[in-house]
Design a protein around this ligand. Structure first.
Ligand SMILES: [Zn+2]
Length: 389
C-alpha cells in the first residue's frame, strides 16, 4: 500500500536535504560544497564541430516522493547506481510555467515560459534551441531531431517567431513514433494497441498531426528502417517510451545528429488513477534513461563528445492539496508539482556531484546553446553557471 505524505513547501525542502544526506552517505556523490565551475579546463579541448547534446525529458510528471525523495529511491535504481556517479545532479529545479506537457516542453526548448494553450495546434512562440543551433552553426536539417510521444507535440521543433520569419526551416524534424506505427499498411492493432495511446488526459482533444508520405519515407530512408520492420520490432516492446528509445538509438547509429531531444511520457498514465501503473512507468523510465546513456557510451560518434541532460517536465500534485487529487494530476500548481531536478552528464561535467543551488527549467535551452557556443537571445532563462563557456 502507498503511504500518504503531507508535504508542503517546508517539508519538501527537508525531504530534499534528507535525500542529499542519504546519497552522500552511500558514497556515490561528493558534497555539494566546494563545487567549482567547469571553467576552461574541459570544454575548449572539444571543438564545437564535434560536440553533441542529448536531452531526455523524464516526462509525464513525476513527484519527488516517487523518485529522489528517500521513500522513492527504490523506483530509480538505475539512476542512482549507474547514472548519478557519472553526473552532476541539480537538486533544486523549479518550473514556474504552465503545467501542461506540450507547453512545458516547449518552454524547455525555447528557454521562455510559453503561454499558449497546451492543447492547441500551435508552434512555440519563441525561437527554439534547434533554430538557434542550426542557423548560427549552419547545420543541415539532419543535425537536430525531436522524438515525441504524442501527436500534440508535432510542432515543437520550430517556432513561429518573426526573427525566424515564422518558420523558415531552421527547426528540428519531429519523429512521432505513434504516427509511424499508424501508417503501417497491415497494422495488427491488437498487438500494437498498447503503443498507440496518444494522450492520457482524455478530457481534451489532441490535434491530429499531419504526417505525410514524404515525411515518412524520409525517415524510413535516413533510419534505414522500413515501416514493416519497424512495426515488427514494435510488437516486441512494452510501451510507447520504449518505442521512442528504440528510434533514438537507430537515429544515433544511422544519422548521428548533434542535437537530439527525446520526450518520454509513459508515467502520465497516472491520470488514469492507478498508482501501480504510474510507478511501473517511473521504473521503466529509470531503466530507459540508463539505456540511453549506455547507448551514448557505446556509439563512437557520441562517446566522450556528448552532454546528456535528463529533466522532468514537471512534478505532480501533492496528496494534501485540497485542489488536487494527489499523484493523479498536475492541476494545482503547488510546490510539489513545480519542484523538480536535472541530471547533467558528459564532457566538462563534474561527476558524482550535487548542485543544490536553485535553477529554473527555462535555464536548460540557453545552457545547451552555450555548449554549442551559440546565443539564445530571446530566452529568458540563464545559462547554468557550470556551462558558461
Ligand atoms: Zn499529464
Amino acid at each position: 500500500m502507498r503511504k500518504l505524505h503531507s508535504l508542503g513547501p517546508r517539508d519538501l525542502s527537508i525531504n530534499r536535504r534528507e535525500f542529499l544526506r542519504q546519497v552522500a552517505g552511500m558514497g556515490l556523490l561528493n558534497a555539494a560544497k566546494g563545487f567549482s565551475p567547469i571553467g576552461a579546463q574541459t570544454f575548449p579541448k572539444l571543438s564545437v564541430s564535434r560536440r553533441k547534446a542529448v536531452v531526455v525529458t523524464f516526462g509525464g510528471g513525476a513527484r519527488d516522493q516517487e523518485t529522489f525523495a528517500p521513500e522513492g529511491q527504490e523506483n530509480i535504481p538505475h539512476l542512482l547506481s549507474e547514472v548519478l556517479p557519472e553526473a552532476s545532479f541539480y537538486s533544486r529545479v523549479v518550473n514556474r510555467g504552465i503545467l501542461g506537457h506540450y507547453v512545458a516542453t516547449a518552454s524547455l526548448v525555447t528557454g521562455v515560459y510559453e503561454r499558449f494553450d497546451n492543447f492547441a495546434d500551435v508552434a512555440p512562440e519563441h525561437p527554439t534551441i534547434f533554430e538557434y543551433f542550426r542557423r548560427q552553426l549552419r547545420r543541415p536539417p539532419e543535425d537536430a531531431w525531436v522524438i515525441a510521444p504524442s501527436n500534440g507535440f508535432n510542432r515543437i521543433g520550430q517556432s513561429s517567431h518573426p526573427s525566424f520569419r515564422g518558420g523558415s526551416g531552421y527547426g528540428a524534424d519531429v519523429i512521432l513514433p505513434k504516427r509511424m506505427l499508424e501508417a503501417v499498411p497491415s497494422l495488427h492493432t491488437d498487438k500494437l494497441r498498447h503503443l498507440l495511446q496518444d494522450n492520457y488526459e482524455n478530457a481534451f482533444e489532441v490535434p491530429q498531426a499531419q504526417f505525410g508520405d514524404a515525411r515518412l519515407s524520409r525517415i524510413e530512408t535516413l533510419l534505414k528502417l522500413s515501416l514493416s520492420d519497424f512495426a515488427a520490432h514494435a510488437s516486441t516492446l512494452e510501451s510507447p517510451d520504449e518505442l521512442s528509445v528504440y528510434l533514438a538509438k537507430r537515429l544515433m547509429r544511422e544519422v548521428s545528429p548533434s542535437l537530439i531531444w527525446i520526450t518520454l511520457h509513459d508515467m502520465d498514465v497516472a491520470h488514469a488513477g492507478a498508482f501501480s501503473l504510474y510507478i511501473d512507468a517511473i521504473r521503466r523510465t529509470d531503466r530507459l534513461c540508463a539505456e540511453i546513456w549506455k547507448a551514448i557510451e557505446a556509439e563512437p560518434e557520441y562517446k566522450d563528445k556528448t552532454n546528456l541532460f535528463i529533466i522532468p517536465d514537471f512534478g505532480r500534485d501533492s496528496d494534501t492539496d485540497p485542489g488536487g487529487n494527489g499523484f493523479q494530476h498536475h492541476r494545482t500548481g503547488d510546490p510539489m508539482s513545480r519542484s523538480t531536478w536535472m541530471i547533467a552528464m558528459g564532457p566538462g561535467v563534474h561527476r558524482g556531484t550535487i548542485v543544490d543551488r536553485p535553477v529554473e527549467s527555462i535555464d536548460l535551452a540557453p545552457t545547451i546553446a552555450s555548449i554549442f557556443s551559440c546565443k539564445a537571445p530571446f530566452a529568458t532563462g540563464k545559462t547554468i553557471q557550470e556551462f558558461v563557456a
